[in-house]
Design a protein around this ligand. Sequence first.
Ligand SMILES: *Cc1c(COP(=O)(O)O)cnc(C)c1O
Length: 449
Amino acid sequence: MSAELQSAHSEATSVDALDVARCWHPFAQMQEYTSHPRVQIASGEGCWLTDVEGKRYLDANASIWTNVHGHQDADLNNAIIEQLGKMAHSTYLGLGHEPGALLADKLCELTGLDRVFYSDNGSNAVEIALKLSFQYFQLVGQPQRKRVIGLYNAYHGDTFGTMSVGDSGIFHERFDPWKFPVERIPAPTCEEFGGEVFASDMAESLAALDAHLANFGNEVAAVILEPWVQGAGGMLLQPKGYLAEVQKRCRAHGVHLILDEVFVGFGRLGPMLVGESEGVTPDFYCLAKGLTAGYLPLAATVTSEEIYEAFLGEYGEFKAFFHGHTFTGNPLGCVVALKNIEKLEAMMTSGALAETIANFEQFFRDLREALPDTFVLRQRGLASSLDLPAGDRTLRRGMHFCIALREQGVLLRALGDSILIVPPLVISADELNFLKAALLETLQDKAYL
Ligand SMILES: *Cc1c(COP(=O)(O)O)cnc(C)c1O
């Protein structure tokens, strides 16, 4: 072994040993994690990640659905480096700064709303929208509006408020005693991939919403939903047009509409924002994941001037929103978000994003031709799922499939038996071909059929 290889190898062993001995990973059965092959990432470039031993992998889930322009993008790096030369962080509690002001202005332009409240992750962005909605109704003399309506299979985060409005079954069930009650309606359904819609239904969902609003509409503070795609629910698609129907009903009953665009925003499905593309202006947008192109933890809750004004008054009236996080409005996050949005707008204007999405649609049409009908496909924009044929979920076929796929140089993460494919927004046609060959090669193994 060359000296160079040997030192890379011993570095790899020591990182892995510390990982196994000291770290506790999110959403992981650690007994399983520590007993299966692991990957320790050392660097990234474009859509690729390299591990500590020098093996390259296509980052086909965009580092859990966040990456937009690839890793080590020179423009994004430079934006952060330039800001680092001024300051890494200064508190937003009682002080302001230029990156925060400029990004807030840009987010208002994109959303058609007026006020931005920063935080540092998607769960907090949702938590803040819920608290603002509840407090708003107390402040305007409608304290009876306490209820929330959410969708089945919703995922809004892992804090108590977001677990309450979400519906993640066994993941969160054990915390039921500490959750607040939420009314649920079925999500609308849509079968779609490759740019074609095969079936869709929103009637059942809207009927359920109508029934709830007729029964206790004046007790409802907010309807919350993930528009177009419920990502963590398994890439469950919704028909276009549903959102406008929901907004109409919310307006008629004086109920807030909270759009959790943490996953779907910032070009993931094509448009900058799904709500805006549907002509819908919610009372709250919750933004995170793609906001900083997958670079830094920053989130935003965007709302209207009307809601903001209800919180104004003398200090002693205690109408202020008593909520904040230490790293609220981090300037490094703000500058990278601004640069991300500027680059995204250019990709949308030039047609580059539309072309990538068209390539991805072709990728799914090709998969459909290559795979038996027992595989179910769902895809819109750059969000998708390839479901393995129905089988015993306790066999963990999805996880084993993703581990096997690493041999082909591809990183993906499964949700049960659903293989979720969510690439960076700059994935090239060649990279998609590489991914397709790797998937089909790995699926040759009968265990997945
Ligand atoms: C990821 C996600 C969240 C939670 O965001 P975190 O940053 O992981 O807290 C909330 N809503 C949706 C739709 C998400 O996809």
